[in-house]
Design a protein. Structure first.
Length: 201
């Protein structure tokens, strides 16, 4: 009986391998925290790249004089390149892009859709649809605005530790820089559908 008590007393005072035991208890928590933080940082980086891509698409449209199928494909390529590692992943339909041209009627305070095209996503509007004035930035003297939207399915590389995949939608709009109006010109052989399956060229 006294031998057992002496053994327990000696064991309670011993510090041998204490650091190893503490590390074994704390290490799993630290690993989970590190991986979770890495997942959140990657998520924020992907969202930032998607916003940069949609801003680039809107800016490129605003610099043009007309839009057509060839320019549309170039915009999609530019968006994917701007998104870097997230855009170069060729997963099916991960990046969906929509471009539109809207004209503002100052008297009626509403926007009218002039044209729209969607990549991997049928646009929710058709030419002639109207939206209230606050739908897009106000244009005091009337005129046109080109709008871009990018939807992006983010696949979290640390899914198990930091949550599920996410779907981002980013918008951007610009006024045409070198002309008052940008038309969508359909060339012979071009598709007349609003939706197209855009591939990275």
């Amino acid at each position: 009986m006294f031998g057992i008590r002496r053994y327990i007393k000696r064991f309670s005072k011993s510090t041998d391998a204490a650091v190893a035991m503490e590390f074994a208890l704390v290490a799993p928590v630290l690993v989970l925290m590190c991986l979770g933080s890495a997942g959140m940082i990657d998520n924020f980086r992907a969202k930032k790249r998607a916003q940069q891509a949609v801003d680039a698409v809107a800016d490129l449209m605003a610099r043009g004089m007309v839009m057509n199928d060839n320019e549309r494909q170039n915009l999609y390529d530019a968006a994917r390149l701007t998104m870097g590692q997230y855009g170069l992943d060729t997963g099916s339909e991960r990046i969906r892009m929509m471009i539109s041209g809207w004209e503002y009627d100052e008297d009626d305070n509403e926007w009218t859709l002039v044209w729209t095209r969607g990549c991997y996503s049928n646009p929710p509007w058709t030419a002639g649809d109207t939206k209230p004035g606050g739908f897009l930035p106000t244009v005091n003297d009337g005129g046109m605005i080109v709008q871009a939207r990018i939807g992006f399915t983010y696949r979290n590389p640390f899914y198990f530790f930091s949550g599920r995949n996410a779907h981002f939608i980013h918008w951007s709009a610009r006024r045409p820089r070198y002309t008052d109006r940008i038309e969508y010109v359909t060339e012979p052989g071009d598709s007349t559908e609003n939706e197209w399956n855009c591939e990275f060229s």
